[in-house]
Design a binder for this molecule. Structure first.
Ligand code: PLP
Length: 367
């Protein structure tokens, strides 16, 4: 049985006719940037995300960057984030000139550990970026309480967790201003690059709209040195179609995760992902851990099963961040996760035979 790490087949074949119509309407509209399609998607996503404003941005990295810029984060400031995040979170902070500061995640949930936050806060700290990694909501209430005690802003990196909840409230609504990504492989994915900012705050929404469009509110009048970081009309048209299916696709991801858990429960040499009792998980990724990760990955590859590693090198050990002066051993939890994590195939439309086949291969590897 050949099982790819990710397949769009089931999702995209089901919506093919709607997507083609969306393209044709877009094509015939003769309006390709900052038009009605983007406004419609922003409105629809705000409805889904239970938030006042959505601002369509070129991609997730740019969305984090513009969220930080809207808050006037700049050189000399420090911004806290988990030590095991995807590089984009770190890059966005670097673009502003501020310094990324890493805090270790919880070894069970892989998410920013609120009990370790306070020790990382200095007089330079301006903001915290919790990352809802792999699709599970961070402990936003605990993180928010610490942030408000120290007068810090919270910016959620919600690229992997559209629709996840913490204490019944959706990710992307807790921070002053938040960012998400619609990269094709994300739970809600465009057919190219796209991202968004979400916020409850009218002035931050207006500011990020200005920053994404040359620093302009009125054509040819420029109030700040802005950027060209707008979401395309074409991607907005496709995303509006796909958004209608997101809840259904999330439910499928959750069923797949439940099946993996049932099948792998007896295998005590692997660690299954833990979910905090107050959080929900939308399973952008299903990440298991084992000391024999590299061997297991090769074994599964030989059986036709695609897996990936999210992520093999933590940010503090990347060459790009040499100048921060970290060394091996500085963030042992992030380093251990990088050594032991393996992401198994998970996509809406995967059937139980495939999950059982993968699970049986894993069990036979360990027996
Ligand atoms: C994908 C991702 C991003 C970046 O989004 P792009 O649209 O690829 O720029 C940022 N943070 C996390 C956690 C991501 O998974």
């Amino acid at each position: 049985m050949k099982i790819p790490f990710l397949s769009f087949d089931s999702m995209h074949s089901a919506i093919r006719a709607e997507m083609v119509t969306a393209f044709e309407n877009f094509y015939d509209s003769y309006w390709y940037v900052l038009g009605d399609r983007l406004v419609q998607f922003e409105k629809a996503y705000s409805g889904f995300n239970q938030i006042k404003h959505t601002v369509g941005i070129s991609n997730g990295l740019d969305a984090i960057y513009l969220a930080l810029k809207s808050l006037e984060i700049q050189a000399g400031d420090e911004v806290i984030m988990p030590s095991n995040t995807f590089i984009a979170t770190v890059l966005a902070v670097s673009y502003t000139g501020a310094t990324p500061v890493f805090v270790e995640p919880d070894l069970e949930t892989y998410l920013l550990d609120p009990t370790k936050l306070e020790a990382a806060i200095t007089s330079q700290t301006k903001a915290i970026i919790p990352v809802h990694l792999y699709g599970q909501a961070c402990q936003m209430v605990e993180i928010g309480a610490i942030a408000s005690r120290f007068g810090l802003k919270v910016i959620e990196d919600n690229a992997q967790a559209h629709g996840a909840l913490y204490q019944g409230r959706m990710t992307g609504t807790f921070g002053e201003i938040n960012a998400t990504s619609f990269y094709p492989g994300k739970n809600l994915g465009a057919l190219g690059d796209a991202g968004a900012i979400t916020t409850q705050d009218d002035s931050l929404a207006a500011k990020s709209k200005m920053l994404r469009n040359y620093g302009s509110q009125q054509k040819y009048t420029h109030e700040v040195i802005g950027h060209n970081m707008r979401m395309d009309e074409l991607q907005a048209a496709f995303l509006s179609v796909k958004l209608n299916y997101l809840d259904e696709w999330t439910a499928k991801r959750q069923e797949i995760a439940t099946r993996y858990r049932e099948q792998l429960a007896s295998c005590d040499l692997i660690v299954l992902p833990a979910v905090h009792p107050d959080a929900t998980h939308v399973y952008h990724l299903f990440v298991i851990r084992t000391e024999r990760r590299d061997e297991l990955q090769v074994f599964l590859q030989d059986k036709g099963i695609g897996t990936l590693i999210h992520y093999p090198i933590p940010p503090h050990l990347q060459k790009a961040y040499e100048h921060l002066g970290y060394k091996k051993g500085d963030f042992p939890i992030a380093e251990e996760l990088a050594q032991t994590s393996l992401s198994l195939p998970i996509w809406p439309g995967m059937d139980f035979d495939q999950i059982d086949f993968i699970s049986n291969q894993i069990k036979s590897f360990f027996s």
